[in-house]
Design a protein around this ligand. Structure first.
Ligand SMILES: [Ca+2]
Ligand SMILES: [Ca+2]
Length: 334
């Protein structure tokens, strides 16, 4: 997903009401990328699914950003298995923004109740060094070519440093790729986004920690580390529960990289301590997950202009890979 040039209050897929003025008053999560030297040595590789070679002019930009985003996540692991290499296949689709996922998932056992438990394939390879789908790409990211790639995304010239100003009329592609890697590593599942029902006797590691909200509609994530940081179970985006927060009632989560409501133009999003805590709850050895959650107002440059004029909503498209051993895999088909 990514920021789309839509009028405030609407997204291209989910109509999620929100108040821009209210949003401007929020305390923002201080999203902190893991700092320090790399602790893991997994490689990020990029391939392009572009049969007509229509988008070659963007290859260098996309590759640079994708590798930097992948490295930022890999560096957030305490360690990764020797030889792990994540191959990211970049596709080009006639969609409003972008989407991403692991190409497959890996069976990791059974939950209580006998429900089969699956880990995102990319996370499984980082942990075990075993590639669940062999030579096939591990992560699939699709970029919208209805203007999103051409006129909306901004490609940071030095995405590992992130020092240049993000143009106020553009979406930071590094933020978008970081977000899609988040889905590929853990923020994904098969539950019904409204009822929370599982489609069968299988679930993702994320699904296993998702429950109906204790009061009111919606779903929450209640992994222990995330709960410890946030103080309560995390509200998930209504109807699109692989994301955090809602425009109402849980708008304090909207500055998070993995929020499901909005990305602002001219704004950088980074891997947050909360994101790391969630992945730790999914069994991934993340750095910094034990750090306290920082809550402070951290407006991005020219925030006022962004609040009023730069808002665009995320297209909340999330593909649902099926378990490798189940027929649900057919839902992967484009
Ligand atoms: Ca691989
Ligand atoms: Ca593979």
């Amino acid at each position: 997903m990514g920021l789309a040039p839509h009028p405030p209050g609407r997204s291209s897929e989910k109509a999620i009401p929100m108040s821009i003025n209210r949003l401007a008053l929020l305390s923002l999560l201080a999203c902190t990328a893991a700092a320090g030297p790399a602790h893991a040595d997994a490689r990020i590789e990029v391939v392009f699914d572009d049969p007509g070679s229509s988008w070659t002019a963007y290859y260098a930009d996309i590759q640079r950003i994708t590798v930097a985003a992948g490295n930022a996540w890999v560096d957030s692991f305490q360690s990764t298995a020797s030889g792990a290499a994540l191959t990211v296949k970049i596709g080009f689709d006639n969609i409003a923004t972008a989407n991403g996922r692991s190409a497959t998932s890996a069976w990791t056992g059974h939950s209580s109740g006998g429900i089969a438990l699956y880990q995102q394939g990319a996370a499984h390879e980082l942990l075990t060094g075993l590639d669940p789908n062999g030579a096939a790409a591990d992560i699939e990211v699709n970029l919208g070519i209805a203007g999103y790639l051409q006129g909306e995304l901004w490609f940071d010239p030095a995405p590992a440093l992130r020092l240049a100003d993000v143009p106020l009329d553009r979406t930071d592609a590094m933020s978008v790729l970081l977000h899609e890697f988040g889905h590929a590593l853990g923020f994904n599942g098969w539950r019904n986004g409204v009822t929370g029902a599982l489609p069968g006797a299988y679930q993702s590691t994320f699904d296993a920690l998702v429950y109906p909200a204790p009061s009111g509609p919606g779903l929450v994530f209640n992994g222990s580390r995330a709960l410890g940081l946030y103080g309560q179970a995390l509200p998930l985006t209504w109807g699109n529960y692989g994301h955090l927060g809602n425009a109402q009632e849980s708008d304090d989560l909207l500055p998070d990289l993995m929020n499901g409501v909005a990305f602002y133009r001219g704004t950088r999003y980074a891997i947050s301590t909360l994101d790391l805590a969630i992945l730790s709850d999914l069994g991934l050895p993340m750095l910094a997950a034990a750090q306290p959650l920082l809550l402070s107002a951290v407006p991005e440059p020219a925030a006022a202009a962004l609040w009023l004029g730069g808002l665009a909503l995320l297209a909340l498209r999330r593909r649902r890979p099926g378990p490798t051993a189940l027929k649900g895999a057919s839902t992967c088909a484009r």
